[in-house]
Design a protein around this ligand. Structure first.
Ligand code: FES
Length: 148
């Protein structure tokens, strides 16, 4: 059994410890907000937080989460009205939307570390998540809006 705290709830998982966290979340727990993009640690669509740090869930084995805390997009807010999510709506950030779960989890971790991030801090953090629609300027505005 592997013990994980997932979105604030303790969980016991009887799974292969080598299973990527992405598939634990999506296939075994039905938390499909975390997306599969490249599966190679390149795109960031699968980013979740492990003890508050953004990690690529496709490259993180379940064993790495043992006795640690995982937060997914489903845990960001119970009703989808986290300040970041509201700012995302106001700034009309999402286009196709596929990468936005990874974007939001990365932005949330950024704001926990830097409550008033500079453009450079935003760009450095958010460069970990690729957006083929080019929503980067809107993401930056939404993060500043949340920080203010
Ligand atoms: Fe994990 Fe692309 S799916 S980084």
């Amino acid at each position: 059994m592997i013990s994980v705290t997932l979105n604030g709830e303790p969980l016991e998982l009887d799974l292969d410890p080598d299973t990527p966290l992405l598939w634990v979340l999506r296939d075994h727990l039905g938390l499909t907000g975390t997306k599969y993009g490249c599966g190679e640690g390149q795109c960031g669509a699968c980013i979740v937080q492990l003890d508050g740090e953004p990690v690529n869930a496709c490259q993180t084995p379940l064993s790495a989460a043992a006795n640690h805390s995982v937060k997914t997009i489903e845990g960001l807010s119970p009703d989808g009205r986290h300040p970041l999510q509201l700012a995302w709506i106001v700034e009309e950030v999402a286009q196709c939307g596929y990468c936005q779960s990874g974007q939001l989890m990365t932005a949330d971790a950024l704001l926990a570390k830097y409550p008033r991030p500079t453009d450079a801090q935003i760009d450095a953090a958010m460069s970990e998540v690729l957006c083929r629609c080019g929503s980067y300027n809107r993401i930056r505005r939404a993060i500043h809006r949340t920080a203010n």
